[in-house]
Each structure stands twice: as structure tokens, then as C-alpha cells.
Design a binder for this molecule. Structure first.
Ligand SMILES: Nc1nc2c(c(=O)[nH]1)N[C@H]1C(S)=C(S)[C@@H](COP(=O)(O)O)O[C@H]1N2
Ligand SMILES: [Mo]
Length: 524
């Protein structure tokens, strides 16, 4: 039995890592060169997202919120790195096993690419980058391993078979191996940087050229008094950069406006196919609407308030002529995500729209460029389809949508919620008057009252900021005469129907969390 020096084993592990990196980088660059084709590593991520048990997904969203995708990608990279390094070390003795491990990773990538719901490429183009990854990583690994092995064999031949315990790899051809490493490193760098530079290139370029005409029906100015002058309170309007992001697309689909169209079909009299230019010619309305994710925990941050510009869904449905009997619209994204929305919510006079702008700019790519739905009063997963391409007028009994397939309710109006922004949990504040403040929302019903209590005492009414319609959140503030000690502060809101938030704590699944938000603070 021969053994290898640690340095040889490290070199072999490095060879494995490098070979995998070369495959991933080359494939990412190849994918970036085609519009709408995800990198294989992204397809693997999308497969994990779709296959993961709902409980794991809930956990990921709860723990990592809008950064869940980075965490997932990091985890996938870590798994590949471990397998690749192991393949390198095993390859010192068993090159065929090393190739088999690498091939297995490659085949998984090919399968993930072939079944990626987010891919917009034709079938052969979609799997091309993954096939490239397979070929490049196997080729590179064989090459690097042979560079490691060559000198060894040369020496064995010169000095005869190694004796048990000999360190045969001690003197592998460092120069040749180093050359191979450098050459592979160059491939990794060029591929990696190239893929970064190209990105969702078509959509980015298209977004730069997109001009959204002024809305015929504007939102008007934000009422004076809708923003309270309290330090640390959530700002009334959310900047695009700060807006929470939740979706199942590991990288946003690359959809240029020029090739985009919206199909409206199903139980309608006239099927419509509307280009982006045609959509912009219709009557544009501008509205402030607060979006909320059903996964938001009590006190959570998965809500944001923006000014949206778009075409009312009702106008488009009127144009198409909805037939009697339909009770739902199934919206589909270019990335395969689907949502089922009650027709009532789209036609009862609320400002449900196909949005093309967010806070005065074309939709950011991550928020649905070129077009998405926005429906006041419903959680995002049943209404706010991004990268929207298809509306089918149908019935709830006829389909199940992406998240209803995974244990979430088919219908999900937003539940009344309130949050204490300041003081933050476990903050230390000074004795005296302390502003306790935050936001409350009950979209499309409106907030009529917010109350705060200290240490389970009597409920005290907070001052509400000026209302800005019923579809947005509302800031509130209560001046607390804080006395030394540790205290708990709790908040509850009442909507315009007179319903007060229940104290009963429930988890987000299946249709939104309930319970009161509380913070513990120390007064000194
Ligand atoms: N295509 C697509 N649209 C989607 C989703 C998605 O996963 N894919 N997620 C929905 C959910 S769960 C929410 S809460 C909102 C979030 O919108 P935002 O990311 O712009 O905040 O988008 C909705 N639209
Ligand atoms: Mo969501």
C-alpha cells in the first residue's frame, strides 16, 4: 500500500476543485451568451427550490428573507466543492472513480437544466451549457490528475515499483502541474468574470431604453402627515433598492420588453395578445399600494410600499370579455411561477393592475421587468406575479397554482398587521418620554385604530398618520412615559371593518401569520 504526502493530496484536492470550477465557469459564460438560458448552477438551485419540502422553504424564508437565494447558492457551491475535492483525492489512486463522481455531478446539472421551468431557451440550447460543464470538468480533471501522476510513473519506471510505505507522489512534476493549474485558473477567471459581465443582459439593456409615458390618472401627492417625524420609523414609501424581494427564481428571468407579450385567454370572448408597446398605449394609472408576503412573520420586514404605474386588469378583462362562470384568473410568469387570483378582486373596483413602473422607474429586473401584477389586499403569492406573460380566465376548481401545490391556501387576503419599529427589540432607552412607533396595514380595508400596551397593562390609543387611501400601510406613534426597568411593549391594530387583530399566534402557513408584535426594552 502506497501512501501520498499531504502536499500531494492537497494538490489533488485542488485539482478536483479547479476542474469543477472550470466546468461551472465555462458553462455560466456559455449560458450568459444566450438570452433566457440560466447557468446550470442556477438550474440546480431552481430544482432544489422546487423539490425542497415546504417546511424547509418556510425555514429558509424565515431565516434568510430576501437573502435566501445567496444562502442556497452558497450551499450548492459548498456541496459541489466537497464532492470535487474528494474526487481529486480519490483520483490519485482511482482515476476512473474520480471521473465517475465528476460525471455524476455533470449529469445532475444536465437534468436540472433540461427541466428548469425558468429557462426560456429552446430545448437543445437549454442543456448546452450543462453539457459543456460535464465535458470541461471531466477533461480538466483527467488532465490535472495526469499531470500529478506523470512524474510518479516516470520515477516508478526508473526506480522500480514503489515499496510499501513509499511516498510515490512526493515528487510529482510540480512545474507541469503548476502550468495546468494556471491554465485552468485562467479558464475559471475568464468564464466567471465573463458570465458576471453578461448577466441578464437583454433585460438590462431593454430596461435602460424603456420610457414609461406619464399616467393619465395619477396617484397625486402623498398627503401631508402620512409620514411621521419619528427617528427609526419605517419610511412611508419604500425605495426600489430597499424593497423586499421574494420569488422562486434564483436569478431573475432575462425578458427584454421587445420580445415580451401578454396573452389573455381562457373563458373570454376575444383572446388578446398584447405587446409591451401596445400595453403602454392603454390608459395608465398610478397608485400607491403596499405589497406583503404571506411568509411575513409577526414583526417581520416582508412588506413594502411603492407607487406603481400600470394598466388596470379590469380594463383588459373588459376588452377580452369574461364569460359567465369564471371565478379566477391564473397568471403565469415567464419563469413558470403561477398564481390564482379571484376575478372579484380584479374587477370589484380596486386598483388591480399590470404594473410597468415602480416608484417612477421601469420595474427593476428583480421586481418583474417588464410587467407584473399588483393587486391591493391580497398576499403576493396569490396575486403579484412578476415577469408576467399569461392570464387565463378560469375557475379555482380547474387548477392549482405554484404555492397551493405546496400547502398554502388557494385564496389569501392580507391579514391586518402592526409592527413596532422603534424602540427596537432589546433596545435600551432613557427614562422619560419615548416615542413608540411603527406601521400597521390592512390593505383594501384600511386601518382605523392602533393601540399599544406596556407590561400587559391597559391598551392606549396611538396617534395615526394621515391616511393615504386604504391600500397602503399607515404609520402610528404613541408617546410613552418610560420608567426605569425592563418592559414589554405590544401593539395591535383594528381595520376599518372594526376587526381587531387576534392575540392568537399562528405561523404564516397556510394563509398568513396572526398574533401581536411585542418588543422587550430596558429603560435606564
Ligand atoms: N414570477 C414570480 N412572481 C412572484 C413570485 C415568484 O416566486 N415568481 N413570488 C410572489 C410573492 S410570494 C411575493 S410576496 C411577491 C413579492 O414581490 P417583490 O419581490 O417585488 O417584493 O411576488 C410574487 N410574484
Ligand atoms: Mo410571498
Amino acid at each position: 500500500m502506497t501512501s501520498f504526502r499531504t502536499s500531494t493530496r492537497l494538490a489533488a484536492a485542488g485539482a478536483g476543485l479547479l476542474a469543477a470550477a472550470a466546468g461551472v465557469a465555462a458553462a455560466s459564460l456559455a449560458a450568459a451568451l444566450f438570452t433566457g438560458v440560466p447557468a446550470p448552477i442556477v438550474s440546480v438551485g431552481n430544482a432544489v427550490i422546487d423539490l425542497a419540502p415546504p417546511a424547509l422553504k418556510d425555514f429558509a424564508v424565515e431565516q434568510f428573507g430576501s437573502t435566501d437565494k445567496l444562502v442556497l447558492l452558497a450551499a450548492i457551491f459548498a456541496v459541489i466543492a466537497l464532492a470535487a475535492a474528494a474526487a481529486g483525492v480519490i483520483g490519485l489512486r482511482h482515476p476512473r472513480v474520480a471521473i465517475a463522481i465528476t460525471a455524476t455531478l455533470g449529469v445532475l446539472a444536465v437534468v436540472a437544466a433540461a427541466t428548469d421551468r425558468t429557462s426560456l431557451g429552446s430545448a437543445p440550447v437549454t442543456v448546452l451549457p450543462a453539457l459543456l460543464a460535464l465535458v470541461v470538468s471531466i477533461g480538466t480533471l483527467s488532465w490535472l490528475l495526469s499531470a500529478l501522476a506523470r512524474r510518479r510513473h516516470a520515477e516508478s519506471a526508473a526506480w522500480g515499483e514503489p515499496h510499501p510505505g513509499d511516498d510515490v507522489g512526493a515528487d510529482f512534476d510540480r512545474r507541469r502541474f503548476l502550468e495546468a493549474v494556471l491554465a485552468t485558473g485562467a479558464v475559471v477567471a475568464i468564464g466567471g468574470i465573463g458570465a458576471r459581465l453578461v448577466g441578464p443582459a437583454a433585460a438590462i439593456a431593454s430596461r435602460k431604453q424603456t420610457m414609461i409615458p406619464a399616467a393619465a390618472d395619477t396617484a397625486g401627492a402623498v398627503p401631508k402627515g402620512a409620514s411621521l417625524p419619528v427617528r427609526g420609523i419605517t419610511s412611508y414609501l419604500t425605495d426600489n433598492e430597499d424593497f423586499y424581494r421574494i420569488d422562486t427564481a434564483l436569478t431573475p428571468p432575462d425578458v427584454p420588453a421587445g420580445t415580451w407579450s401578454l396573452r389573455i385567454h381562457g373563458a373570454v370572448d376575444n383572446e388578446l395578445e398584447i405587446s409591451f408597446a401596445d400595453l403602454l398605449k392603454r390608459r395608465l394609472v398610478e397608485r400607491r399600494v403596499t405589497l406583503t408576503c404571506v411568509s411575513n412573520e409577526i414583526g417581520g420586514e416582508l412588506a413594502g410600499n411603492a407607487t406603481w404605474t400600470g394598466v388596470l386588469v379590469k380594463d383588459l378583462l373588459d376588452e377580452a370579455g369574461v364569460r359567465a362562470g369564471a371565478d379566477a384568473v391564473l397568471s403565469t410568469s415567464s419563469d413558470g411561477f403561477t398564481a390564482g387570483t379571484p376575478i372579484d378582486a380584479l374587477t370589484d373596483g380596486r386598483d388591480a393592475m399590470i404594473a410597468v413602473a415602480m416608484n417612477g422607474e421601469p420595474l427593476p429586473i428583480e421586481h418583474g421587468f417588464p410587467a407584473r401584477m399588483v393587486v391591493p389586499g391580497l398576499y403576493g403569492y396569490v396575486s403579484a406575479t412578476k415577469w408576467l406573460t399569461d392570464l387565463e380566465v378560469t375557475s379555482f376548481s380547474e387548477f392549482s397554482a405554484y404555492w397551493t401545490d405546496r400547502g398554502w391556501a388557494a385564496q389569501a387576503p392580507i391579514k391586518t398587521a402592526s409592527r413596532i419599529d422603534v424602540p427596537t427589540s432589546f433596545a435600551t432607552v432613557k427614562t422619560g418620554t419615548v416615542a413608540v412607533a411603527g406601521v400597521a396595514w390592512a390593505q383594501h380595508r384600511g386601518i382605523s385604530k392602533v393601540e399599544v400596551r406596556v407590561d400587559n397593562g391597559t391598551w392606549q390609543q396611538a396617534r395615526l398618520a394621515t391616511a393615504d387611501g386604504s391600500d397602503t400601510w399607515r404609520q402610528w406613534v404613541w408617546q410613552w412615559a418610560a420608567e426605569p426597568g425592563t418592559h414589554t411593549l405590544e401593539v395591535r391594530a383594528t381595520d376599518d371593518d372594526g376587526e381587531t387583530q387576534t392575540s392568537q399566534r399562528t405561523a404564516p402557513r397556510p394563509d398568513g401569520a396572526t398574533g401581536w408584535h411585542g418588543v422587550a426594552v430596558t429603560v435606564v
